[in-house]
Design a protein. Structure first.
Length: 325
């Protein structure tokens, strides 16, 4: 297996030669470079190329999946639970004193209401993983020449030739249960780490950053996907750290502030609740479209790492253990 030293040199491995050689030809044919070319300007360029080429399909995914979920969230869940009002009431009861003071039973009931709201919201948001799966599959399909899909990957399920939306949607939906379980494991572990001491949670967020891509592009899911992600971060620590930080800052901070800012701006217009809800739904869909571009960048990076990671996966016996189970 060739060693990555950032110099662009490659060892004698046949698979690595296949990936590294002919970079000019690859770039002209629309295929990303191998691990020796892990530079983020090239990754963004390749991701943007795929995103722009498949924007109609990505937009349709968002309209079919994210839009209905956002409508339910805004017009049913948010209006039913009134999260902001209930949360403020709980704080007043707990810390306000005087007339605002309440029995522990009342506080418990309202707190339970908040927990139920959070669970329903998380469940609705998790269904949007279908759009994430679709974006990753599109990247894998576009760059098949640089990194041939694994036999059990969901990219392999796409028929040869131009990707139809129906085939893409079917593959994304089929992968959803495995992707959901994988991301549940990732988010549960990360949340527990954050609650315990913050630092373990941040570390797990970094180590598991590539788990979703493993599901779609290698066919490994659950704990096996988190193992593949850990191989990526161990083999390419610098690139993985830059990606994890950039992804968090863009999606976790930037997009969240964007949606909150748009909501506040809409409220200043003095529109009625129905129109404000419509604008909120539009903001959620816009956020998801931008989020899927960030996902595409991560998928391109994972594909560039895969030729080096793939032999390590074979050596670990993860695929054999899955077959035996």
């Amino acid at each position: 297996m060739a060693e990555f030293d950032g110099s662009g040199s490659n060892g004698p491995n046949v698979q690595d030669n296949y990936v590294y050689e002919g970079r000019d030809e690859r770039e002209s044919s629309g295929s990303p470079g191998g691990p020796s070319s892990v530079n983020f300007s090239g990754i963004i360029k390749d991701a943007w190329s795929c995103y722009k080429e498949n924007f109609a399909k990505i937009l349709l995914l968002v309209l079919l999946v994210t839009l209905p979920l956002a409508i339910v969230q805004v017009y049913v869940v948010d209006m039913r639970f009134d999260f902001g009002g209930v949360y403020g009431t709980v704080l007043d009861m707990m810390y306000g004193g005087g007339e605002a003071a309440a029995s522990s039973q009342e506080v418990s009931n309202l707190t339970l209401r908040l927990v139920l709201y959070a669970l329903i919201t998380a469940l609705l948001e998790s269904v949007s993983l279908i759009t994430e799966a679709g974006a990753v599959i599109l990247v894998g399909e576009k760059f098949k020449n640089a990194a041939p899909p694994e036999p059990d990957s969901f990219v392999e399920e796409i028929p040869a030739g131009k990707v139809s939306f129906s085939a893409l949607f079917e593959a994304a939906v089929r992968s959803f249960p495995k992707l959901w379980v994988t991301m549940f494991i990732v988010r549960l572990a990360t949340s527990m780490g954050l609650m315990l001491c913050v630092i373990p949670g941040l570390f797990l967020y970094y180590v598991y950053a590539f788990s979703a891509y493993s599901v779609e592009l290698t066919g490994l899911w659950g704990r096996r996907a988190t193992f593949v992600s850990s191989l990526c971060t161990r083999r390419f620590p610098k690139q993985s750290l830059i990606y994890a930080l950039s992804f968090y800052l863009f999606t976790g901070v930037g997009l969240s502030f964007m949606v909150e800012g748009l909501d506040k701006l809409f409220k200043l217009t003095g529109l009625n609740a129905g129109m404000l809800g419509a604008f909120s739904v539009g903001a959620v869909c816009l956020k998801q479209l931008l989020f899927l571009f960030a996902v595409s960048c991560g998928a391109v990076l994972f594909i560039r790492m895969l030729p080096v990671i793939d032999p390590l996966i074979d050596e670990s016996g993860v695929r054999k253990s899955r077959e035996n189970s």
